[in-house]
Design a protein around this ligand. Sequence first.
Ligand code: 6PG
Length: 242
Amino acid sequence: MSPDIHIFDTPEDTARAVAELILVKAKEKNKSSLPLNIAISGGSTPKLLFTILASDFSESIPWHFIRIFWVDERCVPPTHPESNFGMTFNSLLKNVPIHEANIFRIQGENDPQTEAFRYQTLLERELPIKNGFPQFDLILLGMGDDGHTASIFPNDMSLLHSHLSVSVGVHPVTGQNRITLTGKTINQAQQVVFLVTGDSKADVLKEIRHHKSSSAKFPASFMHSNNEQVEFYIDKAASKGL
Ligand code: 6PG
């Protein structure tokens, strides 16, 4: 199924649209007194989203109904400048009334294989299971200019088909270990949304959108939700060529 693409003028407009989506979904779950189980990505793109959530949505979103998990984490301590948790804490978590018990940090300081198993066990305890994999309500993904997503890189496509829910990825340039959700876990989510901005991502997005065969080298092109849909929230710069 071709991706559903939402295009906005600026990175700020794009991030704000994703913030509004989170607000709507949280309120929907709130009506049934159920938590919103959301897995978020790291990197630089979501930092703007987190800043907007903290500044403009701290009172409108029912934060006590939000349970935050991570799509992936670098194998570094939470205080390390490359920590996804550290970035999220500083830009969002310390600024909103989310319960600490509802923050499920991947412990990047642990041994990678041990942590992958711990986090997998936690997900299987905390989330409903769909087709043998933990199911999130919403997964927010980013995409690298090499077409990676989560910490599933083009040189390790096996993570797309792993029978594990969580595994260890390795950054192809730095060799840094990463803890990551696997492709099958991501694709079981109720909703999968990419937040992608900037002209460095335009070529990959164009291939994913128009060239199914040549885009098979990009892990991002294999992502979809449980009902096969996937949505891209992108800015004009990233939409060049669509
Ligand atoms: C990470 C992310 C990763 C990210 C892409 C895009 O831990 O880095 O989970 O998948 O989404 O690398 O990163 P940018 O937003 O920095 O371009």
